[in-house]
Each structure stands twice: as structure tokens, then as C-alpha cells.
Ligand binder design. Sequence first.
Ligand SMILES: [Ca+2]
Length: 365
Amino acid sequence: MAKAVKLVVGDSLILAGWSRADGSPLQRGIWRCGAASGDLVATDGAWDGTTESWTARVPPSGLGDGSHPVTIVVTTTAGDSAVDTLPVVVHGQPRLSLLISDFNDQTLKTWWASSWYPFLSLDSAAAKVVTDSMRVRTDSGLGSPYLDLKGTIVQPAGLTYPNMLSAAFGVPARFDSTVAALDIVGIDFDLKTSHSSSTGSFQLMTNSTAVTDWDVQVVALPNTKGQWVHQSILFDQLKQGGWGKVVGALDPKILTFIEFRALGAGDVGVALDNVAFLGTRGEPVIGVGSRAKSLPALSLHGHKLSISVEGAWNLRVVGADGRVRERRSGKGPAQWALEPSRGMTWAVLETPGRRTILAVSPSMR
Ligand SMILES: [Ca+2]
């Protein structure tokens, strides 16, 4: 045993192993971790052979935040013993530790007052990427302001990798002490993407000072087809995407740059909100909403029905007798007053791949 086991506060550690004695039979095995200790339980029910396999459960209460060696001691009837240790690192549950941007002040600023910007992989000859806009947008009455990037990606002939367009921000060098204090382990955000090409894709990309030769660390993001989704990404999910020497897991202390990328030719959209670092120490940031949770596709306010989806939709209002009382279709958010009706009525919203049903009567009157 040598490699450290990483656990989160509240996890139990299950140990399993086997021990062999030369000569006299094994008599007992114990584990110790700080002030906690317990027996290793022989798999066959009794410590009596020269070879025993065993398990042990170190309960969560025995494993506080921090680094703990777990010691295993096995003894024989002759009084011989063998000791082994297992390093265990326990950290807190990832929580929202540092808000980067919620865009609610209607600017593209990060918390350290640098700005988000559109990043083009190739912005020279032949208009390879056209950035139509990157701005803070608010859909009237449908949630807080958010970052909205739209553009057209053109794939130049001869380019061997997909051309791309990103919403990006730089991480200042002084950030390392903050990262250490909060034990930053990931990033959390609301995301809405769209791509006119079925082969288009999206990535979260980071640069750090450890990765050289223009290489980067990436993880795939979904094409959400115009719907808001909540994403929580731990940095150890990121993999090196390219040419550089493999440096292992991203060390957030040396992060320099984060990009939310659209890749491949086509018309693309990347929208972001409530972007925050996840850390395992310190007080959680409260009051950061999630659009994915707070904005249902279909909601009723008084007698006003709100649709908060980005793409095309069809809606029908259906009575308990199955009769359709109202039909509408559109694209993007919409809100209007429903016609009064007797008895139970349901609004049925259909978007590509999804149907949402909401009872809208009799509470509407
Ligand atoms: Ca916002």
C-alpha cells in the first residue's frame, strides 16, 4: 500500500486485504486511524490460518478533514506482528466557494475585475471566425442577466483541427493563494449551447503554466440545443487534449486561462451564468442561483403563462375533456395571459425531445 486514497468528508473507508504468516497462524488484525481503531474482520469468520483475507470499515467519524495515515497491524499466535500504513486524504464536500461572474451587474467582469472576452482560434485571413456578439443579455422577465456569445465558425481548408470560438477569461497569478485557501477543485456554471451542425461540439478548456507546447486540458461539454443546464465540473475530469508532455491532473493553483469553446463549422451559441469555482474549504457562497433549477420551461404567474426556452416550441392548452382550447407556437421566451376557462386545464409545451405539462386551472382565475 502506498498510493494515497482521497475521500470526501462523510465517506466511509472500506479496507480489504490479505495477510500471510510464516510459521504460526495469524491471531488478530487491527486498524488505527487517529484516535479511532477497530478489528480487521476475517473473511472466513475466524483468525486461525497462516493466510487470512480480511475487510475493515473505517467509519466517517474516524476521518476528519485533512491527511491521516491508516495503520494496519496483524499479529500471529507467536507474538510476531507486521505493520503497514495507508495514507488517506480527506477533503470537504465541493461547494460554491468563489463566484466568478453572475453578470447581474450587466457587465462582463469577473470577480477580480478583468473581463470575459470572445477568443478566436484564428482571427486573421478569410474571416475564419465571425463573432457576431458577446454581451450580457437579459430575457425580459425570465431570469437574471447572462453572458451570451454568438458567432459563425468557418473551417479553413487545410486546418487539421476543428476551428473554434470561445468565451474566455484569464486567471491572475495572484489567484494561487486564494485557490490554496479555498482548495479550489472545480468550476460550476449554468450553460446553454447551440450549434447548427450535428457534428459541432463544445469543450471547457483550461491553460496552466504546467502544460506547454500549446497544449491544453479539456473536458467535453454538452450541446444543450438551446436549453439551460447546470454543470459541475471537477478539474480532475479534464484531460490533456493535444501535443504537449503529459503533466497529470490540472493543478488549479497554476491556472492561467479558462475557455468555454464551440468547435466546428457552423452557427454557434454559448451562454453562461452563475459561474463559480468549487472549493472544499471555507464558507460556501450563498445566493448563487441556477437558471437550470430556477427557470422551469413552463410556469404560471397569476394568469400569465411564461415559456422560458430558447429554441422552437409548440404549446397547446387542453381541457379535461381533451379538447384543445388554445394553440401557439414560437421560438424563444414568451409570456401571455391565458383565456379564462372552466374546470381543469393543462398547458402542454413541446420542444425538441421534451414535453412539459403544467396544470393551469382553476388556480388561474
Ligand atoms: Ca445572472
